[in-house]
Design a protein around this ligand. Sequence first.
Ligand SMILES: [Zn+2]
Ligand SMILES: [Zn+2]
Length: 109
Amino acid sequence: MNNWKQKIEDMYQSKAKRKAEQELTQETQERAENLKAFKNWQERFKCHICSKFPSGPLVIKEQWYGGEIWPEATYWDMPIGMGKCVTCGKWACEDHIYRKVCQKCAERL
Ligand SMILES: [Zn+2]
Ligand SMILES: [Zn+2]
């Protein structure tokens, strides 16, 4: 290959490499941000008695309902395995909530 053609090859290769590197950094950043947002979310819905975190939000798969297709939906206000106490309004894990009343409120009954 001619020298000048090789130079053009090199230019394209280094351009592609830089682009791939940039994309990778962006991806890592996005993933870190998502993780941080998820941790914040868990913090918001953790059990106020034992500090247990919810595993994730409730996800309802695509379903056929009422003659319509409902797309998959994520309910960020419904953490899995957690319940909101009707008395104090705080979140508690399954071990610390019974019939929508948390253990702390039950002790004050
Ligand atoms: Zn708990
Ligand atoms: Zn309570």
